[in-house]
Design a protein around this ligand. Structure first.
Ligand code: FPP
Length: 261
């Protein structure tokens, strides 16, 4: 079915963007960009195609943007590929996204690896097909020593579920006596999040026109700068990534304090 509609070939990682020619300041590139890749279904519908066609195109766009971000000096991309709430979608769409993920994890890993990209995942394994979990483990293992951009894919992820998962982890340690309640601080809490070890996102990009967080990285985006566009994710380009970073570079980040003059 998948092959009949789309064929089995995913194109190699295309494109490159040079920070020197993009009009950006090399000393203020956001280290970590989080992306809500919204609008795939609408993009497909607008062309008279099935929604899943948009997801396939969106997966290609992610590859293009990862490559461009890497070239621009971004260190981490966290992309929202499947949320804990996406299980409410029609079963055919869920199956398609799982199949797409499965193929992505098979077909793209070598390309990411060749480009020194380290692939990681965040989210719950509960309810995910075993084959996807195996491929996630394989991708993590194969790329773990890569030193380029970290592509952190949020799969079966929800910010509230992540916080509950962290609370349960901490509660278990208090129960077994290895942690005292007084010792809980932000760093202990962050060690129990799926994003353990990663710095918080500096910039949150949302495509597709909506202006909401949709349960993404609730703890981590406390001080992220937001940039939204009406453009649907499959149409998002490296030039738009440059535009988002240029906007980020104009912002004054105070983290609740005052700017030193
Ligand atoms: C939102 O578009 C997108 C998703 C729910 C899934 C995102 C998935 C991909 C980009 C492809 C899979 C990713 C990988 C890494 C293989 P939507 O369906 O909510 O669009 P709509 O708002 O137009 O309905």
């Amino acid at each position: 079915m998948f092959d009949q509609i789309f064929g089995n070939v995913i194109q190699p990682m295309p494109c490159t963007v040079d920070v020197d020619t993009a009009g950006l300041r090399a000393d203020n590139i956001p280290r970590h960009i989080a992306i809500i890749m919204d609008g795939n279904g609408r993009w497909a519908k607008a062309q008279g195609k099935v929604r899943t066609y948009g997801h396939k195109a969106g997966a290609e766009t992610l590859k293009t943007i990862v490559r461009a971000a890497n070239d621009l000096g971004v260190k981490i991309i966290t992309a929202y590929a499947f949320s804990t709430e996406n299980w409410k979608r029609p079963v055919t769409e869920i199956h398609f996204i799982m199949e797409l993920l499965s193929r992505y994890l098979t077909n793209e890993i070598q390309d990411f690896h060749d480009n020194n990209v380290q692939v990681r995942f965040m989210g719950s394994r509960e309810g995910l097909p075993g084959v996807i979990c195996q491929k996630m483990d394989y991708a993590t293992e194969v790329t773990k020593d890569n030193t380029g951009l970290i592509l952190n894919l949020a799969i079966n992820y929800g910010g509230r579920a992540e916080i509950l998962h962290a609370v349960k982890g901490i509660a278990a340690r208090i129960q077994d006596g290895s942690l005292s309640a007084d010792a809980i601080d932000a760093s202990v809490f962050e060690d129990n999040l799926y994003s353990r070890g990663l710095p918080d996102p500096d910039l949150l990009i949302r495509t597709g026109g909506d202006q909401r967080i949709s349960n993404f990285l609730l703890w981590q985006i406390a001080y992220a700068e937001m940039w939204t566009t009406k453009v649907c994710w499959p149409d998002f380009t490296p030039a738009m990534l440059v535009e988002a970073i240029a906007s980020f570079q104009k912002r004054e980040r105070r983290f609740g304090g005052l700017i030193q003059k």
